[in-house]
Write a protein that binds this ligand. Sequence first.
Ligand code: G3H
Ligand code: 13P
Ligand code: ZN
Length: 324
Amino acid sequence: MQKQPTSYKELGLVNSRDLFAKAVKGGYAIPAYNFNNLEQLQAIIMACVETKSPVILQVSKGARNYANQTLLRNLARGAVEYAEELGTPIPIVLHLDHGDSFELCKDCIETGFSSVMIDGSHLSYEDNVALTCKVVEYAHQHDVTVEGELGVLAGVEDEVASETHTYTQPEEVEDFVTKTGVDSLAIAIGTSHGAYKFKPGEDPKIRLDILEEIEKRIPGFPIVLHGSSSVPQDLVATINEHGGKLKDAIGISEDQLREASKSAVCKINIDSDGRLAMTAAVRKVLDEKPEEFDPRKYLGPARDSLKELYKHKIINVLGSDGKA
Ligand code: G3H
Ligand code: 13P
Ligand code: ZN
């Protein structure tokens, strides 16, 4: 069956343009939380409604494959109504995370996404510019916003892998944003995907000096940080106390992220911390109550724990509370 084209506007979603402009001006960042199931989405929306925060719902290629794009789109539509039902309508962006081709971005744009990332960071500079331009041209015809990326993050995810960091070169950013027309730019300043961002003994710091240098070149331009989980050690401990084996998992300091949020960083991507919160809660229930076999009895506590984590980020790290 042919997919029916759907505009995000019909779903009650918004693109990221105004949200970013306000966030840059207001010195806060908007949470970009990944989701691929119902409990994650419920936790995100409850947390954002309770804190009155705008939100970016992120869908990776892996999430599309796992959860089915039609279901995800309708979950996002449901999220808009759910937020209203909970008492506070909040701006919701549906964003493609790490789009790796024009075709994928086009498909998302045509099926209800309000924002897409085209990640050409592994290509040569010229090829990254060319691919990003092509996506921007198509997306803007549909009033969909586009995130590009310059520099390579280290870390390993199902679909996003890189062995090494290549920090974003500040000299390139102005040329890149001018040539491509992107609406926001993801940069590499030492964050990375996954739960193992630094080796034991390493100084677990991100390069706020490079961020500052970039901001001087493109003042007020919306900047995005990927790989920004902090890997809360209490969650790692709970996982390990209940049968898990996560060794030397280290994340980004929340203090540094708070600092970055006050600058032109207006979108901060967090996925791994949510995975840790869910896993810790599920492991604890199943370990302590081995007789339990109703998924709601372990996914419910996982959802509660996720919601608290998301609220904590919004209030104490990103500063987006009250900005909906
Ligand atoms: O940037 C990567 C996100 O954490 C998504 O990961 O591809 O495993 O869904 P995933
Ligand atoms: P984390 O793995 O640090 O949560 O980063 C997620 C991310 O960047 C999604 O694009
Ligand atoms: Zn990412």
